[in-house]
Design a protein around this ligand. Sequence first.
Ligand SMILES: C[S@@+](CC[C@H](N)C(=O)[O-])C[C@H]1O[C@@H](n2cnc3c(N)ncnc32)[C@H](O)[C@@H]1O
Length: 297
Amino acid sequence: MSSAPTPASETDRWTVQRILEWTAGFLKQKGVESPRLEAELLLAFARKCPRIRLYTDFTEPLSDEQRAVMRELVQRRAKREPLAYLVGTREFYGRSFEVGPGVLIPRPETETLIDVCLERIPSDTASHVVEVGFGSGCISITLARQRPQCHVTATDISSTAMSIASRNVDRHAVKDRVVLMQGDCLEPLLNSGMRFDGLVSNPPYIREDERDSLQPEVAMHEPAEALFAGTDGLDVVRRLIQQAPGILKPGAFLALELDPSQCAEVTTLVSAAGFTTARVHRDLAGLDRIVEATFQG
Ligand SMILES: C[S@@+](CC[C@H](N)C(=O)[O-])C[C@H]1O[C@@H](n2cnc3c(N)ncnc32)[C@H](O)[C@@H]1O
């Protein structure tokens, strides 16, 4: 390992315990949150074993290959590359999704968006939902897996998202019920004549002037088009709300993830666009996060 503590002598062995302690200390110096947990996740990835196994292997030495893999992972993580990009997956709603540079890493608050949608999607009858901004595909795929009668059509402007989400659709065996389209907002669907039972989106919603206050993992590594949406963060949301009546059935639901500061304004916007019973849901941290409404038709 370079530019960091080294073993007292060359004859000291890099055991699992030792490398964990060293890595946690190094990542802490570099400003990484939860350095011990991340050290364990990286080492489990390098050793191709479950994290829990590290504890039974505490005194085992690492092979040369494992040390080489770990060295590179730690150096990249110290440069604040997100852990999920390094290991290539992230858990969302109890399932593992492929992620990589070019798609947003699924966030825990988006699980609240799923819960809101599941309340509105019947489990015993067919329905058709549309998602805008599928990214890794985590929302569309989770809805399809949780509601076996639900079909989802989803759009994203990013070609990288298209590649990664397609692989996640295969990984979770929902190819027959999740259709991905590359395009801008709802444009690919506006002249299709299709009408949907619900519209869900976790759109880009960060204000341009917040760029400097973001964690390096986000600002330097996650795709800008997944994060930023103009001076008030609502550029994409406004277009979505304006286009939505053209593709929704009367009684369809709308569920949008937002920044807590935007929920009140978006509630007003959706009411003005023909939606009723707009309500705000809080995420697990207790913050206003989701606006849910019903299209009057
Ligand atoms: C915040 S990310 C959400 C990704 C994923 N749905 C999730 O929740 O993890 C927003 C996504 O919207 C996409 N996006 C941005 N502008 C868009 C637009 N005008 N039309 C369609 N997709 C857009 C981005 O490429 C990105 O994948």
